[in-house]
Ligand binder design. Structure first.
Ligand SMILES: Cc1cc2nc3c(=O)[nH]c(=O)nc-3n(C[C@H](O)[C@H](O)[C@H](O)COP(=O)(O)OP(=O)(O)OC[C@H]3O[C@@H](n4cnc5c(N)ncnc54)[C@H](O)[C@@H]3O)c2cc1C
Length: 380
């Protein structure tokens, strides 16, 4: 019997495998794809904080600003001293997997988990590899298996309440400013979320999310904001933007997208997935020290990740729900407030894509009329 089985070798699963193997545990990591990091379903926008977790050279570009478009208006440009990284997600995932394997993880590719069940004093996982059905058991199983997690389905039976659908193209079109991403707000580009264009030299990553389906319908509007180019890859997929009511259970833990531990305002889940894996590793190591794998022992996982990023995700989740209901009129009003040079200065100083709530609360407090107007709109 293994100590731990991790299902999924995305950033959260690989980082967790690395941390547990380094601590001397016997870790099996099952990944359904034959190649780590592929297919790519990501834009790769992250902060430097991820470098504290994964030693990687997978950086495609570094940007310092954003153009924010509201409908057809001239964009607002926000510049920042702080660098935002654009990564090649497939290389990044391979670097994380390499760290895990070097630390001792037994990573099996092409291994699709089909069922997970608790048996006496263990968890049993059934998977398919090279056309054969195999089983392995462990003291703990971790679902690091993304938005459509099988571990969540089998052992938790719950779903994240809010999920964003996405559609993204690699567009052979060189954006004029390679130092800034573009963000597109308003009903022309999305419902409930936003569109984006991210420069990586001759290829731009152009996409959007919607709360509910239909993301594909908006892509042409984004292409027309850029210019003539050629679509060379299409990707997309669901992003859960609300965390589950419970992220641990008897002999099982969920990390990253499987748990819905994702930034609600941007759909960014690489950093939050790594943070959740860090806390999961501490809890699992303690569980082995105390030889206790029950719910009460694993509950410290949820307490510790929430202590770290729970308040941020909670506040951002509320803001996202309000944002999703705003009409173009309200977004225009927001645009005028944001256009104020003092406000741009505040964003430059305080804006942090991993922790945006401080900026949001401060901006709302300094513009009570905005709060009033938004409230009036929301109440009908
Ligand atoms: C279009 C798009 C753009 C995005 N852009 C960004 C961005 O710019 N920045 C950012 O931070 N986040 C972004 N995200 C979100 C980000 O990709 C996820 O939050 C992140 O990948 C979560 O990491 P994870 O390790 O939890 O899960 P994943 O990366 O999804 O990894 C899960 C792994 O589990 C494997 N798996 C699934 N089921 C099974 C099974 N049954 N058996 C075995 N293996 C299985 C999968 O193959 C996969 O390798 C984007 C998402 C999308 C869809």
């Amino acid at each position: 019997m293994r100590d731990v089985i991790i299902v999924g070798a995305g950033p959260a699963g690989s980082y967790l495998g690395y941390a547990l193997s380094r601590a001397g545990l016997d870790v099996l990591n099952l990944e359904e794809h034959e190649e780590v990091g592929r297919p790519v379903e990501c834009t790769g926008v992250v902060t430097k904080r991820i470098l504290e977790y994964v030693n990687t050279k997978s950086i495609a570009n570094r940007v310092h600003g954003a153009y924010v478009y509201f409908g057809d208006k001239q964009p607002l440009h926000i510049a920042k001293n702080e660098e935002t990284l654009i990564i090649y997600r497939d290389s990044f995932d391979k670097d994380a997997a390499g760290m895990s394997i070097s630390a001792g993880t037994d990573m099996r590719l092409g291994s699709r988990v089909r069922s997970v069940r608790r048996i006496k004093e263990a968890v049993e996982v059934e998977y398919r590899q090279l056309g054969e059905t195999k089983t392995e058991s462990a003291k703990i199983v971790v679902g690091a298996d993304g938005a459509n997690s099988i571990v969540r389905k089998e052992l938790f039976g719950t779903l994240p309440k809010r999920v964003v659908s996405t559609y993204q193209i690699d567009y052979a079109y060189r954006m004029g400013d390679q130092d800034s991403v573009s963000v597109f707000l308003g009903s022309k580009f999305s419902h409930g979320f936003f569109g984006w264009a991210v420069p990586t030299g001759p290829i731009s990553r152009v996409g959007l999310g919607t709360v509910g389906g239909g993301a594909k319908n908006y892509i042409e509007a984004l292409q027309s904001m850029l210019g003539t180019g050629q679509v060379i890859t299409v990707t997309g997929g669901p992003i859960p933007i609300s965390y589950l009511g419970r992220t641990y259970s008897d002999r099982s833990i969920l990390v990253g997208d499987a748990a819905g531990i994702v930034k609600p305002l941007t759909g960014g889940g690489i950093y939050t997935g790594l943070v959740s894996a860090k806390h999961a590793s501490a809890t699992i190591i303690d569980a082995f020290e105390n030889d206790n794998f029950g719910e009460s022992s694993l509950s410290s996982y949820e307490r510790s990740w929430k202590r770290d990023i729970g308040k941020e995700l909670f506040v951002d989740g509320i803001v996202q729900r309000v944002f999703a209901t705003l009409s173009d009129r309200s977004l225009n009003r927001l645009f005028s407030v944001l256009s104020d040079p003092k406000m741009i200065g505040t964003i430059n100083r305080l804006g942090d894509i991993d922790y945006p709530s401080g900026l949001i609360v401060r901006s709302l407090l300094s513009h009570p009329s905005l709060v009033f107007n938004l409230f009036r709109e929301l109440s009908g």
